[in-house]
Ligand binder design. Structure first.
Ligand SMILES: [Zn+2]
Length: 439
């Protein structure tokens, strides 16, 4: 995932939208440590769309390089960001070769939070006499927002990441109509997801199949949002007796901590989730669930007899506790690996999804004999048709669409589709390119 980072200059203000880390196979990708193409000390404001690391992971670097302006995000994003940045610092702060131990410090994270204000959706902030900014609900993860700039009556919208609505937990992505310039994501610009109606059914069937084979079901998952969505779904399946009771392990300290933040922001959930909570106040807890915070507890999972389910990070099998489980369980045909999230090109998760018989995981060749199942209905990103529909709502006003944040193939496909289907002036800008907008 490319690290999002946009600079908007309006009047004498320098405004950043997101400051993310590029995440490939390894978090410490060299591209992240190039100097910013602007002077961090001169930036007045940073708006953060959401708490994923590819949108805020370089905030400590910005602070390190002298940024002392104001940071705005939604309130849930601020709470989630603390855990995400601490987790990133724990990994990157060990890297002395690149000097990251000086950048990813607790002091830099603390300093960023002293500049940080959490806002509600739709709360207007006046930056200058002519410029007003608002967060709109993007429906992608808890607290995720689009950033709407209104300058002299003209609108510029940065989408951040757009949700694959309806989500099990979150309200739908807000409909936006009156926009002149749109800067939009395109992670799934060239692909459509399977129907969302079937996703819980597929999940149920995958669990039942694995139960019958007396296997271990491994679900590599992103700690933020996907883990909580899966807990929400499993909660519903268990409470409604749709699946047999068996041990289910949430084997990710970060996911366990983030789930506690979700519990504090229940008012940001959609009506269905709020309604479910009125009968079941322990929405992320149910019989059979074990949160394995400590590594000794994680190691004990291997001793628990099958059938069982293990949810663990990282989502693309590039590290984290899931790699230990994969090395142990992938060679056995009775086990199942369930992929529910985006797999970047070349990541072990992507190779497994593509059907390789042997995969290199954390320096070890692992034979893949387990069942491999992909359910795309849980994707947190809008698919190709969904992105097109989003732009269709603003078709009458939009002058130009800049397609960003996808693999080149995906971005180009969406550009072509916007031109062909909607007749819209769309393009995918190059990294580092500057564009003037007429407002
Ligand atoms: Zn995201």
């Amino acid at each position: 995932m490319t690290g999002a980072n946009f600079l908007l200059e309006i009047e004498d203000k320098k405004i950043l939208i997101d400051c993310g880390l590029t995440q490939g196979f390894k978090l410490a990708d060299d591209i992240n440590w190039d100097p910013f193409p602007y002077n961090a000390k001169e930036v007045d404001i940073l708006f953060l769309t959401h708490a994923h690391v590819d949108h805020l992971g370089r905030v400590p670097k910005l602070i390190h390089e002298g940024f002392r302006g104001k940071i705005y995000s939604t309130k849930p994003t601020k709470s989630l960001a603390l855990l995400m940045l601490e987790d990133t610092a724990e990994i990157l702060g060990k890297n002395t070769d690149l000097g990251l131990d000086k950048i990813y410090t607790i002091e830099n994270i603390k300093l960023s939070f002293s500049l940080w204000e959490g806002l509600e959706y739709h709360q207007k902030i006046k930056i200058t006499e002519n410029l007003e900014v608002t967060f709109l609900n993007a429906g992608h993860i808890l607290g995720s927002a689009m950033v709407l700039f209104v300058y002299n009556g003209k609108s510029v919208l940065f989408t951040g990441d757009l949700g694959n609505s309806p989500s099990p937990i979150l309200p739908d992505t807000e409909k936006v109509t009156n926009v002149e310039y749109l800067i939009m994501e395109s992670v799934y610009g060239d692909r459509n997801h399977e129907s969302k109606d079937d996703r819980r059914k597929f999940l149920e069937e995958t669990i039942e199949d694995n139960y019958k084979r007396k296997g271990t079901l491994i679900i590599p998952t992103f700690s933020l949002e996907r883990s909580q969505e899966l807990l929400f779904e499993l909660n519903a399946l268990v409470e409604n007796n749709r699946i047999p009771v068996m041990p289910i392990f949430l084997d990710s300290p970060l996911a366990i901590r983030l789930t506690e933040v979700f519990k504090q922001f229940k008012s940001y959930f959609n009506d269905r989730a709020q309604k479910a909570m009125s009968h079941d106040k322990y929405l992320f807890n149910f019989p059979g669930l074990h949160n394995t915070l400590k590594s000794e507890e994680s190691k004990m999972i291997g001793n628990v007899p099958n059938p069982k389910i293990v949810i663990a990070g990282s989502g693309m099998s590039t590290g984290g506790r899931v790699v230990h489980h994969e090395r142990h369980y992938l060679p056995d045909p009775n086990n199942t690996l369930l992929l529910t999230g985006y797999q970047t090109v070349g990541a072990p998760g992507r190779l497994i999804q593509e059907g390789v018989k042997t995969v290199r995981i954390s320096g070890e060749d692992v034979v893949v004999r387990a069942h491999i199942v992909t359910i795309t209905g849980y994707s947190g990103h809008r698919d190709s048709d969904g992105l097109l529909n989003f732009v269709e709502d603003m078709q009458d006003t939009v002058k130009k669409v800049f397609v960003v944040m996808g693999e080149p193939k995906s971005a180009m496909f969406l550009v072509q589709k916007l031109r062909d289907n909607l007749g819209i002036d769309a393009r995918a800008p190059e990294q580092g390119e500057s564009v003037s907008l007429v407002c």
